[in-house]
Write a protein that binds this ligand. Structure first.
Ligand code: PBG
Ligand code: ZN
Length: 325
């Protein structure tokens, strides 16, 4: 006696009935990069299909993605002027505050997530204030200005705040700051388990955030550490995060599953720039069936335990899903 597994595979309707994992347009958050100016839409060489956009172009983009059923975006700001503490991100007239206000005004039905960090705004490209002695980011000084940045986002109308700088204690700091300012219902999606990864290369081109010295290994995680990866996310759950995240996604699906099984919060994965660029380049050179491999990759995230997928592929996936239905 043996089991005929094929019986449930021989008919496409039956295959859909027994499918364990489904990807839908509701799973996605689409990243957008905003800078000052008008009519600006500059493609990034390392990420075909990804643009730096001025606010007016972001508003047009929102129209387009809503037609595809995509309502959630995560915004990254690229300021005109950078300095040692990332002042543009702390100012109500800075690029990110302006962008949030404009999007929420033109598209109140959009769900606007904001990346909270300093690397795009500092002249040294690190994720916070530099401690000269340590030659890396000063954790606690960065917590203070992170709370300020969170309030700037909240006042501008952000729907969810996503701190990405890997500072210890960031979630309790932001939760306290938001609660005392009357934003107790504003959720925090923590980049809770974020690795020091080579896969962020193309992002740093588009966000213009490559560190001018050193790297991020003293604050982002060592890719080799599984137990620490789980501890990082559990710590953020205990501090009051609403959603956890693993980043990058593809090389860390074991970590996604392990965190999913050891926490009770919704989980996001960030399908990062380098992962996107690899598939784009392979597709452009006809080395893979691009759309098929993209969908297979998205299914792998959900199967590993992700509830939310932050991806530059979101628009393409939404189009593919529309075609299928
Ligand atoms: C900023 C930030 C980064 C990404 C998201 N937020 C870059 C970094 O940590 O260097 C990476 C996104 C991507 O590669 O697509 N802290
Ligand atoms: Zn950063």
């Amino acid at each position: 006696m043996f089991q005929r597994f094929r019986r449930t595979r021989l008919n496409s309707h039956l295959r859909s009935l027994v499918r364990e994992t489904n990807v839908t347009v509701n799973d996605f958050i689409y990243p957008l990069f905003v800078r000052s100016g008008e009519g600006i839409k500059t493609e990034v060489a390392s990420m075909p299909g990804v643009y730096q956009m001025s606010i007016d172009e972001v508003l047009k983009e929102c129209d387009e993605i809503k037609k595809l059923g995509l309502y959630s975006i995560i915004l990254f700001g690229i300021p005109d002027v950078k300095d040692s503490i990332g002042s543009d991100s702390l100012c109500e007239h800075g690029i990110i505050a302006k962008a949030i206000r404009a999007v929420k005004e033109a598209h109140p039905d959009m769900f606007v997530v904001t990346d909270l960090c300093f690397c795009e705004y500092t002249d040294h490209g690190h994720c916070g204030i530099i401690d000269e002695k340590l030659e890396t980011v000063n954790n606690d000084a960065t917590l203070e200005i992170s709370a300020k940045q969170a309030i700037v986002h909240a006042k501008a109308g952000a729907d969810m705040i996503a701190p990405s700088g890997m500072m210890d204690g960031i979630i309790s700091t932001l939760r306290d700051a938001l609660d005392s300012a009357g934003y107790e219902n504003l959720p925090i999606m923590s980049y809770s388990t974020k690795f020091a990864s080579g896969y962020y290369g193309p992002f740093r081109d588009v966000a213009e955030s490559t560190p001018s010295f050193g790297d991020r290994a003293s604050y982002q995680m060592d890719p080799a550490n599984r137990r620490e990866a789980v501890a990082e996310s559990i710590s953020d759950e205990l501090q009051g995060a609403d959603i956890l995240m693993v980043k990058p996604a593809l090389a860390y699906l074991d970590i996604v599953r392990e965190i999913k099984d050891n926490t009770s919060l919704p989980m996001a994965v960030y399908n990062v720039s380098g992962e996107y660029a690899m598939l784009k380049m392979a597709g452009a050179n006809n080395l893979i069936d691009y759309e098929r491999v993209v969908m297979e990759t998205m299914v792998s995230f959900k199967r590993a335990g992700a509830d939310i997928i932050i991806s530059y592929h979101a628009k393409e996936v939404a189009k593919m899903l529309q075609k299928q239905s």
